[in-house]
Design a protein around this ligand. Structure first.
Ligand code: PMP
Length: 471
């Protein structure tokens, strides 16, 4: 992208100047730069380039948790001072999360607090009460969390993607015009594999014109861009936005949860239970049976507030600087193939790549053992998308299935993914690029051993980290 224009879903547009200013990390995470042992005996500061999987805690989040813990108590049920305090904190956090999702407090929407995006989407799949013959439109770009729940309850119409891992708004609109009229469009806000952001603004507008409700899987979008206000439902996770304490949210209209059986049945969700009958509470309580994760929710809301305080302009500026260097840097290395859109395309700071002739799991192992760089490898819980990006055919998929059934992952296709969070630096990206260049240039000095069962590599004789964690 040459003009520095940043498009954010939901119609909010902004312009950022790419350049040196983008390199200042907008926030610090607990544990940034911790030294990790490398194969040559040198401890190097850990370059955490796996934030698309999960993030460390923001220091503000960890401080909030530490301050809250002495006051921790059960919520909703206790008359005690601490219980009242914890309840007020929990409900305040709910409002914070709703605000983060661009929804006004006291409006038509609610935030249902749950564990993560996966649970949020399964929750919705249960609550929408779709029938097997109902069509849910989804896409080939989705994480399994936004594919499998819909396959269980409905008939999926999957919008295909091109070889570069993208699809057009028109392709989605064509699926929305299919018959029977779809019950839902379930689409990602950003890919966890390529960082590509589908053109949500026209897609959501087209769905709304046709009366098709929209769920946006915002797991990747939430830490990087303002959440769009237009989709009916949003699902996102605290552990991807610097609050790794096990809380997530499903945001949607209260009316969608006002009738019918909740996803989980149990305490706190009910006004009255007899052995023959139950009167459920009004949502959101009706949807949150059992004791909630109070600490996690407070952490989640603190991260949401912190991201809003920092501002998504600053986050996006940092993202843009990182994404450009990461993606153009990788694409420029001999023997490296970047998967997905062109290196200059506007994406989140995520890059998935293969090094020709080197098993992807060996690339990841070498980056860690020789360079102190943490990345992810494999298929990133998006098998159909990876199959498309890697150009796998039906015969490859049959062979993979046979291997996996035998418990052998040694030839499972995949790639390496580097992804940057809010505290990633230019030095982290440069260390990755230097490491990948060295790996592409030649074999390791010391032997690595393949575990055929997992498909992972490890340097022969190198001590594995032992639990409990150091310190
Ligand atoms: N959707 C996307 C796009 C993701 O990246 C992830 C996590 N990798 C999920 C859904 C699932 O999130 P969680 O593991 O927090 O449930």
């Amino acid at each position: 992208m040459s003009d520095g224009a940043l498009r954010t879903p939901g119609g909010r547009h902004g312009t950022v100047a790419a350049g040196e200013s983008g390199w200042a990390a907008p926030a610090r995470l607990v544990g940034d730069g911790l030294p990790v042992p490398c194969l040559d005996g040198v401890d190097r500061p850990y370059a955490a380039l796996d934030s698309a999987a999960s993030t460390g805690a923001m220091t503000a989040v960890a401080d909030r948790v530490a301050r809250f813990l002495p006051w921790y108590s059960s919520v909703h049920r206790g008359a005690g001072y601490l219980s009242q305090l914890a309840t007020a904190g929990y409900e305040h956090a709910r409002r914070e999360i709703l605000g983060f999702a661009g929804r006004p407090d006291g409006g038509a929407d609610i935030a249902i607090l749950c564990r993560n995006t996966t649970e949020a989407i399964n929750h919705l799949a249960y609550r929408l009460a779709v029938e097997p013959g109902d069509v849910v439109v989804t896409t080939a770009v989705e994480h399994h969390a936004n594919l499998l729940p819909w396959g269980r309850v409905a008939t999926r119409h999957v919008v295909a993607c091109e070889a570069d891992g993208t699809f057009s708004a028109d392709a989605v609109v064509a699926a929305l015009d299919g018959r029977p009229r779809p019950r839902l469009l379930a689409i990602t806000g950003a890919s966890n594999v390529t960082g590509w952001m589908p053109p949500l603004v026209p897609i959501v507008a087209a769905a709304r014109e046709r009366g098709v409700p929209v769920l946006v899987d915002a797991a990747q979008l939430a830490p990087h861009r303002p959440l769009p206000a237009e989709p009916d439902f949003l699902a996102f996770s605290g552990h991807k936005m610097y609050a790794p304490f096990g809380a997530g949210a499903l945001v949607g209209p209260r009316a969608a949860f006002a009738a019918g059986e909740p996803f989980l049945a149990g305490g706190n969700a009910v006004d009255l239970v007899t052995l023959d009958d139950v009167i459920w509470k009004a949502p959101p309580d009706r949807e949150e049976a059992g004791s909630p994760n109070v600490v996690g929710v407070l952490a989640f809301a603190t991260a949401a507030a912190e991201l809003r305080r920092i501002g998504f302009d600053a986050v996006a500026r940092h993202d843009l600087a990182l994404a450009r260097r990461l993606r153009t840097g990788l694409a420029a290395i001999d023997g490296v193939r970047l998967l997905g859109p062109a290196p200059e395309a506007e994406t989140l700071p995520i890059a998935t790549f293969v090094v020709e002739g080197v098993p992807y799991a060996l690339v990841a192992a070498r980056l860690s053992a020789e360079h102190g760089v943490g990345v992810r490898h494999g298929c990133f819980c998006a098998h159909p998308y990876l199959a498309r990006l890697l150009g796998l055919g039906a015969a490859d998929l049959r062979r993979m299935a046979a291997d996996v059934r035998r418990g052998d992952h040694s030839a499972f296709p995949g790639a390496v993914r580097a992804s940057c969070g809010i505290s990633a630096t230019r030095a982290d990206v440069d260390r990755l690029l230097a490491g990948v260049a060295a790996i592409a240039a030649g074999p390791p000095e010391a032997p690595y051993v393949l575990d055929r069962r997992t498909g992972d590599w490890w340097p022969a004789g190198f001590a594995r980290p032992a639990a409990p964690a150091p310190g």
